[in-house]
Ligand binder design. Structure first.
Ligand code: GLN
Length: 474
């Protein structure tokens, strides 16, 4: 087993191991650990071995390879991979075989990155613990009684459990960063529009963004570079060149300004989370960065704003699952309306239904102005908070989550307490800015603490550099 993608790539290039042998080793590991962690919905062995074969042939011919060629990756099961099941962990799509590749899947293929399998998630990416999957509850590889975080819990657990060296998740309100923090690995949400959403099953289209999980910053930078870029199939993707993030990595933060978000280090933060985040701040000081306290005054409205905007968009995006095409269809229905109703009632889980109902409510006539329109106005204020902060500092810092990973089943009965897990992560989605969670220290039970770094729009390089500085100084 390798610790990082770079290490695996080096072993490949120096012919210590073939791409096929790497896959054999990772599939063996999956066989061993999957019964414990339950991170995967399906395996895509044919696809992975076909890619590995191309890699080995190229090596035999002495051809140059893309940076991550042959490095095993797992992809979240809400991203389309042609001719394989793409379920979003919903009964609604249990038998859906994608007829096309998502743009990120195409990019993984171009980069000869073997896709080992599809990772479990909260149904349609709605949740913070991966307990909302219709199929299985993924467990945290560090402690099997704890959640891995969500909604990309399977993606995070698969990398933390050494089933793969890299994975992809999607982040609508923290779904990459939170499981990254809970599982002790790096999780990054790029700028909205940096990575194409084409072929990502939509949850809340103005917030969704695909991003990488990895064991180190350099691997993260390489994977981000591989999946980023303009795409004519996604009208919200940004048409600017993709930097060579890994080549440009630089750990010099001397004289740079770090804003510590006041509102996110106050009340309700677990003591050991605070302690470790403060240690990270001290480390940056030692490295010569200037620390400034910064206020994002509208953070207090973030949860309410997010759960209005996200549910409104979800209620509209999920209207397409009607039992007519490619979805679950209820049996023995007497008419079309009954077929719609029964199909949706039988195939959506409780959390998805809750969101559809909330979203339909906030968009309905008479409530639209009071809820949806208000939320959009507050969203603009949150973006303004970020603009004001970035006029003063290079990067913002906070805990990724106020607590470390919680016990399985401890929050499932109380949706509001589950929603509160997202307090530190959702504002970056509302503002569209990039953010990353880096593991830093552990609590008394040995569960990892995540430090969140946030930069301004399209400043991924700066974000990775800050993370790299802290990682290297550990
Ligand atoms: N936990 C948040 C939610 O349930 C975020 C999910 C996500 O980022 N996909 O909506």
């Amino acid at each position: 087993m390798f610790k990082t993608a770079i290490e695996a790539k080096r072993a490949l290039e120096t012919k210590q191991v073939s791409a096929k042998e790497i896959l054999d080793a990772y599939y063996k590991r999956i066989d061993e650990i999957e019964p414990d962690i339950q991170a995967l919905n399906s395996l895509t062995k044919d696809l992975a071995y076909a890619t590995a074969k191309t890699v080995d042939e190229k090596i035999a011919r002495g051809e140059e390879l893309p940076a991550l060629a042959g490095v095993p990756l797992i992809i979240k099961d809400n991203i389309c991979v042609k001719d394989t099941l793409t379920t979003a962990s919903s009964k609604m799509l249990e038998n859906f075989v994608s007829p096309y590749n998502a743009t990120v899947t195409e990019k993984l293929n171009e980069n000869l990155i073997p896709i080992l399998g599809k990772a479990n998630l909260d149904e349609f990416a709605m949740g913070s613990s991966t307990e909302n999957s219709a199929f299985k509850v993924t467990r945290n590889p560090i402690n099997l009684n704890k959640v891995p975080g969500g909604s990309s819990g399977g993606s995070a657990a698969s990398v933390a459990g050494c089933e793969a060296l890299l994975s992809l998740g999607s982040d609508t309100g923290g779904s990459i960063r939170l499981p990254g923090a809970f599982c002790g690995i790096i999780g990054m949400k790029p700028t909205y529009g940096r990575v194409s959403r084409y072929g990502l099953i939509a949850f809340a289209s103005s917030l969704d963004q695909i991003g990488p999980f990895a064991n180190c910053v350099e691997d993260t930078a390489l994977l981000l570079e591989a999946i980023s870029g303009y795409d004519t199939n996604d009208s919200t993707s940004i048409n600017t060149p993709v930097p060579h993030y890994a080549k440009e990595l630089n750990q010099d933060v001397k004289g740079m300004k770090i804003g510590v978000i006041k509102e996110l280090l106050g009340e309700g933060v677990q003591e050991e989370v605070r302690e470790n985040v403060e240690k990270a701040i001290q480390k940056y000081k030692d490295l010569g960065a200037e620390i400034i306290e910064v206020s994002l005054p509208h953070v207090k409205y973030a949860i309410a704003t997010y759960y209005i905007v996200a549910t409104a968009e979800a209620s509209s995006n999920l209207a397409r699952y009607d039992g007519v095409r490619y979805t679950y269809r209820a049996k023995d229905c007497e008419n079309l309306i009954e077929m719609f109703t029964k199909s949706r009632s039988e195939a959506f889980g409780d959390e998805v239904k809750r969101r559809i109902m909330l979203g339909t409510y906030v968009l309905s006539s008479g409530y639209y102005d009071a809820y949806y329109k208000k939320a959009q106005q507050v969203r603009a204020l949150i973006k303004q908070d970020y603009d004001n902060a970035f006029a003063k500092v290079d990067v913002l810092l906070s805990p990724t989550c106020p607590t470390t990973a919680f016990d399985i089943n401890s929050k499932t009965a109380d949706p509001l307490s589950m929603y509160l897990t997202d307090i530190a992560t959702i504002t970056a989605n509302l503002a569209g800015v990039p953010a990353l969670s880096l593991p830093y220290g552990v609590d008394k039970e040995n569960m990892p603490v995540g430090v969140q770094l946030i930069t301004n729009v399209l400043e991924e390089q700066k974000l990775l550099n800050f993370a790299y500085a802290l990682e290297q100084a550990k």
